[in-house]
Design a protein around this ligand. Structure first.
Ligand SMILES: *[C@@H]1O[C@H](CO)[C@@H](O)[C@H](O)[C@H]1NC(C)=O
Length: 359
């Protein structure tokens, strides 16, 4: 008797599961099309942003060139990993974007070196060729252990850049990979920072990895792990990006306040490139795209008030000290840092979309 019931149900179940399979296949085909469309839109947006910067190269600051290098480096990495599994059209477009971003970045480096030689001497490694080619393996984001006391604090960009500079030897080029106690204590051990201070903790580590100092940072993370991390460098990355994700989600809940959109794009860009695809949330893509201007750039939002000190050329590297890295006005109400972080964010989407199409 017990066997009869399943046998009776079998004819009923078969057509049902066949229909389900067909629906699943159709949904998969639909989603392939949707993914390909989203990749098109993302590549269109990236190309327009890169072209805008390229056409205004003498109003780019050093930070503005980082996004170009990211787009150049990551498209190269994506092509290297996935070209054989992508539609030919996507491969051609990625290759085109790679060379456009690379050409623009090279010109931006010349321009920045000429206009801001001191700043360039201190931070030029961040925009040198191939610096953003590093392809961080994708990993899932763990839940964040957010401490109640989390709050933003003053963040000294000069200190951050000087610590990044330690990764390079006395000639400022070859890796020396020093990690002073002062820098580790100031930039890695704090687990209660927020905002740009927190994204710059991650930025410091990414710079170290990309400078060739992975083993040194790994040793530091084992010897002096930040509170709540497991003694691995990946654990520190996880900790930072899990907390950054909580912040990005809060910005969404708050309706993406205008003064925080620059930070939001920096969060998506840095953690996305650090290998956390969750940062390229599907529902955030139309939001990012909606912030782009018709001329391709990202600029001031209507009614937004930007702290004038963010533009102060008297500050180091014309950094605004507390809020983020240096901003610089570009023509037509466009902004250099903002366009750069937007390119970074869109590049993170590009990666997730390519990986979705290829897998
Ligand atoms: C960094 O690590 C490498 C390889 O382990 C080592 O040879 C080098 O001395 C380290 N640099 C510093 C400054 O500790």
């Amino acid at each position: 008797m017990k066997l009869q019931l399943p046998l009776l149900l079998l004819p009923l179940l078969l057509p049902l599961s066949a229909a389900t399979a067909a629906a699943t296949a159709a949904a998969a085909a639909d989603s392939k099309v949707a993914t390909a469309d989203a990749l098109q839109a993302t590549l269109d947006a990236l190309t327009a942003a890169v072209d805008f910067v390229s056409n205004n190269i003498d109003s780019v600051n050093l930070d503005g060139a980082i996004g170009l290098r990211m787009a150049e480096g990551q498209t190269k990495a994506l092509l290297a990993h996935y070209w054989s599994r992508l539609p030919q059209g996507a491969v051609a477009r990625l290759a085109e974007l790679h060379s456009r971003a690379g050409r623009a970045a090279n010109r931006a480096v010349q321009s920045v070196r000429r206009r801001t030689p001191v700043y360039y001497a201190n931070a030029g490694n961040m925009i040198r060729e191939h610096f953003w080619d590093t392809f961080y393996p994708a990993r899932p984001l763990p839940p964040a252990a957010v401490r109640a006391a989390d709050k933003d604090k003053d963040f000294d960009e000069k200190f951050s850049d000087d610590c990044i500079k330690e990764f390079y030897g006395p000639d400022g080029k070859s890796p020396g990979c020093s990690v002073s106690e002062r820098c580790w204590r100031g930039l890695v051990l704090p687990t209660g920072l927020t905002g740009y201070s927190l994204t710059h903790q991650l930025f410091y580590l990414m710079n170290g990895v990309q400078a060739g100092c992975l083993s040194n940072l790994t040793a530091q993370a084992r010897a002096h792990p930040p509170a709540g991390t497991d003694g691995s460098l990946a654990g520190v990355f996880d900790n930072f990006c899990a907390r950054i994700f909580v912040e990005a989600s809060k910005l969404e809940t708050a309706g993406f306040p205008k003064p925080d959109r620059d930070l939001f794009m920096e969060q998506v860009g840095l953690c996305g490139l650090a290998g956390y695809p969750e940062f390229a949330r599907w529902r955030w893509l139309p939001v990012l795209l909606s912030w782009q201007r018709a001329n391709g750039c990202f600029g001031e939002f209507p009614g937004e008030l930007i702290n004038p000190s963010n533009f102060d050329p008297g500050l180091y590297g014309n950094y605004k000290r507390r809020r983020k890295r240096a901003e610089m006005r570009m023509p037509e109400g466009c902004l250099s840092h903002r366009t750069s972080v937007a390119i970074a964010g869109l590049t993170a989407y590009c990666r997730r979309l390519v990986e979705t199409l290829a897998n």
